[in-house]
Design a protein around this ligand. Structure first.
Ligand SMILES: [Zn+2]
Length: 917
């Protein structure tokens, strides 16, 4: 060794502990250079890796020094980045050097000069003038304190344990707060206005003839429509074969028993690998909707013939204008191209119609006044033919990515750093001749603020914060075009906010190729590899964050190899579902029902701040006749209230809702029973403005609407104010819902689960000294999740929680529970990622428990990522669970029990057994 052992040990003794004065002394005495030289020497001499622990100790001393600003400066001045970077280059795969490399990576991350994000302002690129509030624009100043312990371990662990600790401090232990019922938050007279949204309670159905006991048979065999029941096992039908078509006669039977069969057969029947019969021809049902559908089933050849691939003007097609624009810069960019395209649209996307979508899109109001539509939203989506498993993560991937980032700093020769897209600057920025990718996000739900070409095939992307906010960057949805096929493009979204992400645990972003869609595969799929999510070197000063601690940012990095040259692809955080898609869907649903059987009504709950209507849907069965008995039965049906998408970034909630809605109007006999026994009040999108403008979390006022339920304002949080008003009204007429459930998406956990409310469980978990033995509480809140645990393959009881947190006091779940007295009040959380339990934990069908366990040991990540089918199935299963819940309740009518027993093809005894009453 060329440096004396004595010096080594002396230095090693110095900043061994994370002690500021020791570190300071080491810096002042110039030990940084010595330590770096020692590291190099050991690295070169210790070829057999005998002294790994000494080398690690050396580096740990450096790491402590690097906690100091002066230490980091000394490190950079001594070419520390270059030295550590070069010494790790050849030994990244050497397992015996692991203890050394992990510290090197930590030091490199720590010393990478911190900088503010490359944005003109940390607040949103879009501002919306909220009535009565002055938007403040904080200054962006980067201040770095001298001593900052920013060190972090490069570990792959879930932050769940941390969450739990925080959660315990957050539990509401004030029994009075838990059990008292606050009074109305508004004058009682105001509730009258909601009568108009509950016309079912007063309608006399004069158009119906009074024929008591008449079994109305509305030309059922001719007219009845056989809907696509959203189950993940339904094979998707891109184009039906003649075999499938001829099978149509028998279809009814299949449809009628599909969901019940699953229940009877248990979860295993739901396995994605299992086949339960030919697909349901959903688009044939649409014929009566006047959509001019040709059911010849030859759409795909048609489109290829009429639109030759080389004639496709992808630039015009891929992000079409909502209407023929006279000031278009491109003469070809007229309605003609899109009209021609729509004529050749393969009409096999169930419950979708591009022309209707376009008409609706023109009336959707956005802050940035979007003129274009994203192609996937216009054209529609069909689930992929098979489920996609979670991505296996390559070992050491994160450090490879971090070293690539470090290389920008120390080997800048190939760094381009060219802004190619920005909402803050005139658009387009790119010169058409250049070879770089083109980006766009000016469409509904779009979110991309800036794109910087870093290296030839690498782009840094920044997403926009929520409107009128300087945070909540997570949701992204943008179009990218001008690519070359088979080139691995690396994308880095560098201003993500959450400290961890399912992107570290097998989740992939979603992608939709326009060329693939034109070739007959209009499908959002999970795409991308080399995915990881880690803290980067960007910081926002405390001043910008309103005095809170300095904000860190995270990079989501992924590589995409596009399928076609010069294609246009859309990339998103999760399967998009726009407000316009909802309006289109609701109209098609309404037209699809037999109005003599299904009572389907759309009301406008209110107007949003952005000037959009918030739809309220009522679904039940028509009364059998207008006889007094039938009307009485109709009006006495209990309510079920379901809401969704208060958080705009949680598009998974909309897919679950879509499944629920389609199921509820379907011809499935379970749906029939549900309609005959309940009135469903559904608010499918509580935050339309947020969804339209590409927000992740907030309303146009920049607030989380699910923290506004305690005292919402009619002017500032209209959808919450009126959703609460409607619930108040139902409660005031003695018709509080049996179940209230608000659908959400969860970014940290897998599977689907419920959050409910229980005083006792809250006090127990908080280890509160308050005795709970005298507290009376109906334990019925656990029944619904238990049913779902048995029924729904994606659902797991083990992630459910029934505690009431202080920080959740103003959420829908807690307010509806406490103020409306609805004991079964829930939030349903669906993972963005997928399942690691139940039938969806493996993509292969594994027969035995041993096989399952072995598969898990080999690869703990194996599991299914959610596709839209699995999410829609969850919605249908949720509805089914409401029926089972009723069957299990003591108030369940004998008649319903008999009907259910018939449906289940079981005697009552068997049903009792099945339901475990
Ligand atoms: Zn949420």
């Amino acid at each position: 060794m060329c440096v004396s052992w004595e010096v080594s040990t002396r230095i090693l003794q110095l900043p061994k502990k994370n002690c500021e004065s020791n570190s300071r002394r080491a810096v002042n005495r110039g030990y940084v250079t010595s330590l770096l030289r020692l590291h190099q020497d050991w690295h070169h001499q210790d070829v057999t890796n005998t002294y790994v622990l000494i080398r690690r100790a050396l580096l740990l001393s450096l790491k402590h020094i690097a906690n100091l600003r002066s230490g980091r400066e000394a490190f950079l001045a001594a070419q520390g980045m270059e030295i550590l970077f070069s010494t790790t280059q050849n030994c990244l795969d050497d397992k015996s050097l692991e203890p050394v490399i992990s510290v090197v990576i930590q030091i490199l991350r720590q010393c990478y000069p911190k900088s503010p994000l490359p944005l003109v302002t940390p607040s949103s690129a879009y501002a919306f003038p909220v009535p009565g509030s002055i938007p403040s624009e904080p200054l962006c100043v980067l201040t770095e304190e001298d001593f900052e312990d920013d060190a972090e371990e490069e570990v792959d662990k879930d932050s769940d344990s941390e969450d739990m600790k925080e959660q315990d401090d957050d539990l509401e232990t004030d029994v009075n707060k838990l059990s008292s019922k606050p009074g109305l938050d508004r004058p009682e007279e105001e509730l009258k206005q909601y009568e108009a949204m509950c016309l079912e309670l007063s309608c006399s159905f004069e158009e119906l003839e009074s024929k008591p006991g008449d079994d109305l048979n509305f030309e059922e065999t001719q007219d009845a429509k056989h809907y696509h029941i959203p189950t993940a096992t339904s094979p998707t039908q891109h184009c039906l074969t003649e075999d499938q078509r001829s099978w149509g006669q028998e279809r009814e039977g299949m449809v009628q028993t599909s969901l019940l069969n699953m229940v009877k057969m248990g979860r295993s029947a739901m396995h994605p690998a299992s086949k339960k019969g030919p697909g349901m021809n959903a688009y044939q049902n649409m014929q009566s909707n006047g959509l001019g559908i040709d059911s010849s089933g030859k759409e795909i050849p048609d489109i290829q013939a009429s639109l030759k691939q080389d004639a496709w003007d992808i630039d015009v097609i891929s992000c079409p204008l909502m209407s023929a624009s006279s000031n278009s810069t491109r003469p070809t960019e007229t309605a003609e191209v899109i009209d021609k395209l729509l004529q050749t649209h393969p009409k096999h996307v169930p419950f979708h119609d591009p022309s209707l979508y376009m008409a609706k899109a023109r009336r959707t109001r956005s802050v940035a006044d979007f003129k274009r539509m994203a192609f996937p939203d216009l054209w529609g989506h069909l689930p992929p033919p098979s489920a996609q498993s979670m991505l296996e993560r390559k070992c050491g991937l994160q450090r490879i990515k971090i070293l690539e980032d470090v290389r920008r700093l120390i080997q800048p020769s190939d760094v381009i750093n060219k802004v190619v897209f920005s909402l803050d600057e005139p658009w387009p920025l790119h010169d058409t001749a250049s070879d770089c990718l083109r980006f766009s996000s000016k469409f509904e739900s779009g979110n991309l603020r800036k794109a910087i070409q870093v290296r030839e095939w690498e782009y840094d992307l920044l997403v926009n914060t929520d409107v009128n906010s300087s945070q909540h960057q997570q949701w992204f949805y943008f179009e990218v075009s001008g690519m070359r096929a088979a080139v691995p493009y690396r994308f880095n979204i560098i201003n993500c906010e959450k400290p961890n992400s399912q992107f570290n645990y097998g989740m992939q972003p979603t992608a939709y190729s326009v060329k693939e869609a034109l070739l007959g595969r209009p499908t959002w799929i999970r795409m991308g590899y080399e995915i990881c999510y880690y803290k980067n070197h960007y910081r926002q000063s405390a001043a910008v964050m309103g005095g809170a601690s300095k904000k860190c940012f995270y990079t989501l990095t992924f590589v995409v190899t596009f399928p076609h040259n010069e294609d246009a692809c859309y990339l998103a955080y999760h399967y998009p579902y726009t407000y316009t898609a909802l309006l289109t869907h609701l109209d098609i649903l309404e037209k699809s029902v037999n109005p003599k059987q299904v009572y389907f009504r759309q009301d406008v709950l209110c107007q949003t701040l952005g000037g959009n209507s918030c739809p309220l849907v009522t679904i039940t069965a028509m009364p059998e006749s207008n006889s007094a008995d039938h009307l009485e039965q109709f009006r006495q049906r209990p309510y079920q209230v379901i809401t969704a998408r208060v958080h705009p970034g949680e598009s998974n909630a909309s897919w679950v809702m879509k499944g629920a809605l389609e199921f509820l109007v379907s011809s499935d006999p379970v749906a029939g029973l549900l309609r005959e026994n309940f009135i469903f009040k559904i608010i499918p999108m509580l935050n339309p403005d947020g969804v339209i403008n590409g927000n992740h979390r907030c309303s146009l006022k920049g607030e989380d609407l699910n923290r506004q339920w305690l005292s919402p304002s009619a002017h500032l949080q209209p959808t919450i104010y009126h959703a609460k008003g409607l619930l108040y009204y139902l409660s005031s007429v003695g018709r509080s819902p049996r179940v209230f459930c608000d659908f959400h998406g969860h970014s940290q956990k897998k599977n689907v689960f419920l959050y409910g409310c229980s005083i006792k469980e809250t006090l127990w978990q908080a280890e509160s000294p308050v005795g709970t033995s005298t507290l009376l509480e109906d334990i019925g809140y656990r029944t619904l999740p238990k049913i779902l645990d048995k029924l729904a393959p994606a659902f797991t009881m083990s992630s459910c929680s029934f505690v009431v947190e202080k920080s959740r006091a103003s959420t829908a779940r807690v307010v509806v529970w406490r103020e409306m007295g609805v004991s079964k009040s829930y939030t349903m959380e669906s993972s963005y990622c997928g399942c690691n339990q139940g039938p969806y934990q493996c993509t292969q069908r594994l027969k035995s428990r041993e096989q399952m366990e072995r598969a898990h040991q080999i690869d703990g990540l194996q599991g299914l990522q959610f596709g839209t089918s699995e999410l829609e199935e969850m919605g249908a299963m949720f509805c089914l669970s409401l029926l089972i819940l009723e069957l299990k309740s003591v108030s369940c009518s004998h008649q319903l029990l008999i009907q259910a027993a018939t449906l289940l093809n079981a005697d009552e005894e068997g049903l009792d057994h099945h339901l475990q009453r």
